[in-house]
Write a protein that binds this ligand. Structure first.
Ligand code: WTA
Length: 659
């Protein structure tokens, strides 16, 4: 054994045991937020201290009041303030850093594009003029169905410039899912692409978009970005507009940023909930942007001369807040990568970090688990010493993965921020501050200054340290969702009524996560307590998957649960009762899987479809999902005494093991 590997074993053993890590000195010396008194400041001066967040932006008119809570839970932030998000993310940086890269885009085939702030400004203006020429006005919702191409943030910012909210639909979602979201948001405009590349192959995207548009209630204008050139499958139809042509027609145009009220909608983002219908989460211009900028500053430690990289997809909230809005509001360089981490080789990410001297990397535990499995030889091939901070988001991170990330990517000299938040929260809520707090692998940390969160039992009382309970948020925060699009009732019902017990006289936000809290107030988030799955950090509703399955002819009933999965965190398990006379064949299984892909997309693809004669139900007819989860995980079965037919679980168990 060489000296080096002996050292490694020793180090490994030390890391294994260590459960508290101090932020590295070199980081503290330069961090944006280092003064511990910030927690107190927010507590004593709440909500006034939130002005710190708003002050990171340029306002055309200053707010009168920080918070209006007269109509709970319809809170308003930075009341009567006026601003424009595109002006804040682009124009205001031109004077000091017009030549600095705003977006570094890296295509899957290895091609790259750099947009300086000047260039971004030009493109955003030209596209804003193009959108206007299509008759798009303030408050019209514009849907975007695009993968990771630079035209996506350009289109988002062009919309923000003219005050038209965007509704971005993840490109991996199906045509049906696109149509559902466009119909729900009354969107009559779509920006999409002809296709994109995956592992070197050109993928057609336009036919999926066209199939979706067939199902949209009203005629929609469609603008198509040419990503594939000659690799595209078909030419544009007469009514489809070419993005580049539109830009050329408006070359050099300038569009004054529209003055928006702080509470005006910046965008809608659809996310999964307990019912089959996705929720249209509404985010605002002032509160959301302040919050995205503030958390990017305090938690991601972003400064203008950084090269910051979040490897999420802009089709999800993480990409909205931490690829586009937060980093650009702070005038930094944000990296956008089109491809996958293992193409052409498993060191792709590390090659990019090395080449661009990336200073912060923000990714998901599911990716870290994959890197771990591939082995440290891949990061070891590259110089990662430019990295100063690492982050994770989307699902719980197990301490082993945390330590691997800390050691092999961060070289034990970068703090890790494990950030808990949701589509609804707009930005990070629970995380350590990297310039202040010590870190505990596996635990996100305390709530951010000014965020009031706790873990409570079913009566709403705080649990003892170490016990599990429900996570709640006790006070509003600027980045919070304002409502569900055109559905105030569902907004209240989904998030607020749980603990709005009259004699307590308080509104409490319920995120539907289970959690534990320790003696130091560090919160460990355990996962969803509703019927939402987290597959590779992607949020999926079991009901949406179930309704796709029961739509298949020959299926009588279905129940979907999440089973533990080493790489994905959770995987989709579908239990299916067939109709009389329907053969339980592999071909039928395939049909069910295809139906799920059609309704939602490949990300929702069931890992296993299990035919069962019955589902475990209580005497009142409720499906006991916990038992189905136990079966999927091959765990000891929970209590079966309340089942109408206790034998059924054993029948299902033997089916699963047999399959
Ligand atoms: C989960 C993603 C543990 C949680 C930003 C939440 C996490 C859901 C963490 C929201 C974390 C997110 N630790 N769990 N650091 N971050 N989650 O809306 O269950 O796509 O409710 O937002 O992801 O998913 P969403």
């Amino acid at each position: 054994m060489s000296d080096e590997s002996e050292l490694d074993v020793e180090l490994e053993a030390r890391l294994e045991q260590q459960d508290v890590f101090e932020p590295p000195e070199s980081f503290l010396e330069q961090a944006n937020v280092t003064d511990e008194s910030i927690y107190e400041e927010f507590e004593e001066n709440w909500p006034g201290a939130w002005e710190r967040a708003a002050q990171l932006l340029d306002w055309e008119q200053r707010w009168d009041r920080v918070l209006d809570d007269s109509d709970e839970p319809f809170y308003e932030w930075f009341v009567d303030g006026k601003l424009n998000a595109a002006q804040n993310c682009v124009d205001r940086h031109l004077e000091d850093r017009g030549d600095q890269p705003a977006i570094e885009w890296i295509g899957e085939l290895g091609e790259t594009r750099t947009y300086t702030y000047d260039e971004l400004h030009r493109k955003v203006n030209e596209f804003a003029a193009g959108l206007r020429a299509q008759g798009i006005e303030e408050d019209d919702v514009v849907a975007m169905y695009m993968p990771m191409v630079p035209e996506l943030p350009i289109a988002m910012l062009a919309c923000a410039r003219i005050g038209a909210p965007h509704a971005v639909v993840f490109a991996g979602f199906s045509a049906d899912a696109l149509a559902e979201r466009m119909n729900a948001s009354n969107s009559r405009h779509l920006v999409t692409v002809d296709g994109y590349y995956r592992r070197g192959d050109a993928l057609d995207h336009l036919s999926k978009a066209r199939d979706g548009l067939e199902l949209v209630d009203e005629e929609a204008t469609t603008i198509v970005v040419d990503r594939l050139g000659d690799d595209a499958e078909s030419a544009l139809a007469d009514e489809e507009l070419d993005y580049d042509t539109l830009i050329d027609e408006h070359a050099g145009a300038t569009v004054e940023p529209v003055t928006r009220d702080a509470e005006d909608m910046l965008f809608l983002m659809y996310t999964s909930g307990t019912t089959g219908k996705p929720k249209g989460v509404k985010h605002t211009t002032g509160g959301y942007l302040s919050y995205a900028a503030w958390t990017s500053h305090a938690v991601l430690d972003i400064e203008p001369d950084d090269t910051y990289w979040c490897s999420a997809d802009i089709g999800w909230i993480t990409g909205h807040s931490y690829i586009v809005y937060g980093p650009l509001a702070l005038g930094t360089t944000t990296v956008m990568y089109e491809g996958t981490p293992d193409y052409p080789e498993k060191d792709r990410l590390w090659e990019i970090v090395d080449e661009y001297d990336v200073t912060q990397l923000y990714t998901a535990p599911t990716a870290i688990r994959a890197f771990m499995k591939w082995g440290e030889e891949y990061p070891d091939r590259h110089d990662l010493s430019s990295l100063r901070l690492l982050g994770t988001v989307g699902e719980p991170i197990n301490p082993r993965a945390w330590k691997w990330y800390y050691k092999h990517i961060g070289n034990e000299s970068c703090p890790i921020v494990d950030t808990w938040w949701q589509t609804e929260t707009g930005g990070m809520m629970i995380t350590t501050l990297p310039g202040i707090s010590h870190m505990k692998p596996g635990s996100a940390g305390p709530p951010l200054p000014g965020v009031s969160a706790d873990v409570v039992d079913t009566a709403g009382d705080p649990v003892e340290a170490g016990d599990a309970g429900h996570l709640i948020v006790n006070k509003p925060w600027p980045g919070m969702l304002r409502t569900l699009y055109r559905n105030d009732e569902r907004f209240i019902g989904e998030y607020w009524d749980e603990y709005s017990i009259p004699d307590r006289d308080r509104w409490v936000y319920f995120p539907e996560d289970g959690a534990k809290i320790d003696g130091d107030g560090y919160i460990t988030v355990l996962g969803r307590v509703d019927d939402v799955l987290n597959v590779s950090g992607h949020r999926l509703g079991t009901m949406e998957i179930e309704s796709a399955i029961v739509g298949v002819e020959g299926v009588a009933e279905a129940a979907v649960v999440g089973g533990d999965h080493e790489m994905k965190g959770e995987a989709v398990y579908g239990y299916v009762i067939t109709e009389e006379g329907q053969d339980e064949t592999d071909a039928f299984r395939e049909e069910i899987v295809a139906a799920v892909e059609d309704a939602i997309g490949p990300i929702a693809r069931p890992e296993q479809v299990i035919f069962t004669p019955e589902l475990p139900k209580t005497r009142s007819g409720k499906i006991m999902r916990r038992l189905l989860e136990d079966i999927a995980n091959e765990d000891e079965l929970g209590n079966t005494s309340t089942l109408r037919n206790p034998n059924v679980v054993h029948d299902i168990q033997s089916k699963v093991q047999g399959d």
